[in-house]
Design a protein around this ligand. Structure first.
Ligand code: ARG
Length: 398
């Protein structure tokens, strides 16, 4: 039987050219799979037809926006996932979802090999291939950009030679990856890490320095899942999309950082992730109100590890599964409302309320109505410091 190559297809120049190229290289059929993770742009039907026009034997498009929101963005928010304390993992989250649909298409159409457009220098090749091997270890992988040194110039020449129906002129100076959880911009003049990003780099966010009126939003959570905005029940996808618009209009969620890639390179990345920053900030605050102290302290280390695993391409892994179970359990009481002001590039919490709140006014207050028995503190403090006190005494005597 000849090869059947399942290609992760974006509809853009590189993956369109990859269709006839892979057919030539392998002597087999190409099955194009495009997954909508909220990247915007063209409609799925034109993308599906373009793949066929470029010679694909089958062309599949999947609207995975709700799935991406509910099964990837929401868990990332529950883990307060910020790699290196800043990057909300947007690209790292979409890869395992795309992999899932590539594997499903391979099973449906008898695919034997999977192909992606990643280079050999980034994290995404790892995320694709580690994911594939976890879901279906029998599939082979071919990555033309990495394995055949396939470059953009070669792609353009090949497209012209074959007369492919694609526009080779539109070319951004940046390498961009975008989806519902945010947008990543690399390369071009940003590779000089002293160069500041210009407004032209941004698309999801307006200039935070421009004068405008503040926006206020109330986000409702039920057991760690965002379920409503300003009292209107919405799906996670709708909530994220609306927050991208509203927080983006206030310039919230711009991130400019140098990042440690899994392959050992440090790279300059500019991100914009308005909804992700708003939701993670709100969720963290609701955890502060509803999660017991030791559970909250421990969860911070779990959150950190979760983010690193996902960044490192191990979405489908035993440790990630077990951390998911812990995080899900820790979300049981994370229900209630968080009110935020969105303005000047910042998302600031101004109020929180929850039926599961552990905040006790009668314990916290310095006014009348205080029920905290301060006389208990004296003995507690003495015993708390006792081990250090004994050790210090020994050290002084020695
Ligand atoms: N550095 C980020 C990550 O590894 C973003 C990568 C985005 N890819 C791109 N082609 N711009 O998750």
């Amino acid at each position: 039987m000849s090869e059947r190559v399942v290609l992760a297809y974006s509809g853009g120049l590189d993956t369109s050219v990859a269709i006839p190229y892979l057919a030539e290289q392998t002597g087999g059929d190409v099955i194009a799979v495009a997954v909508d993770v909220g990247q915007g742009g063209e409609d799925l039907e034109s993308i599906r037809k373009r793949a066929l026009a470029c010679g694909a034997a089958e062309s599949v498009v999947v609207d995975a926006r709700e799935e991406f929101a509910a099964d990837f963005c929401v868990p990332a928010m529950q883990a307060n996932a910020l790699y290196m304390d800043r990057y909300p993992l947007l690209s790292a989250l979409s890869r395992p979802l795309i992999v899932k649909h590539l594997v499903a298409a391979a099973e449906q159409f008898g695919g034997t090999t999977v192909s992606h457009g990643c280079t050999g220098k980034g994290n995404d090749q790892v995320r694709f291939e580690a994911g594939l091997s976890a879901l279906n270890p029998d599939l082979k992988v071919v990555a033309p950009a990495r394995d055949f040194a396939w470059t953009r110039d070669k792609a353009i020449a090949f497209a012209e030679e074959k007369g492919l129906p694609i526009d080779v002129s539109a070319k951004s100076p940046y390498s961009i990856d975008q989806n519902l959880w945010g947008r990543a911009v690399e390369t071009g003049f940003l590779e000089d890490i002293w160069n500041g990003p210009i407004e032209d780099v941004y698309d999801y966010t307006a200039d935070p320095a421009e004068p405008r009126e503040a926006d206020e939003v109330v986000i409702t959570f039920a057991s760690g899942v965002p379920v409503a905005l300003d009292g209107r029940p919405l799906t996670p996808y709708q909530i994220i999309a609306e927050l991208n618009r509203r927080a983006g209009a206030q310039g919230v969620g711009r991130i400019d950082m140098v990042e440690d890639r899994l392959v050992g390179i440090k790279s300059r990345e500019v991100y914009e992730a308005p909804a992700a920053i708003v939701l993670i900030t709100a969720h963290m605050e609701l955890e502060n109100v509803t999660v017991e102290r030791d559970l909250a302290r421990f969860k911070r280390s779990v959150d950190q590890r979760w983010g690193e695993l996902v960044y490192d391409g191990l979405w489908f892994s035993p440790l990630k599964d077990s951390l998911d179970a812990f995080i899900a359990d820790a979300q049981r009481h994370v229900s209630g409302d968080v009110r935020m002001t969105l303005h000047g590039g910042r998302a600031v919490v101004t109020g929180r309320r929850s039926d599961a709140s552990l905040y006790r006014y009668d314990l916290a207050t310095y006014d009348t109505g205080d029920t905290f028995d301060q006389s208990l503190a004296k003995g507690f403090v003495e015993l708390w410091g006792l081990p250090s006190k004994i050790a210090a005494k020994r050290d002084r005597e020695a």
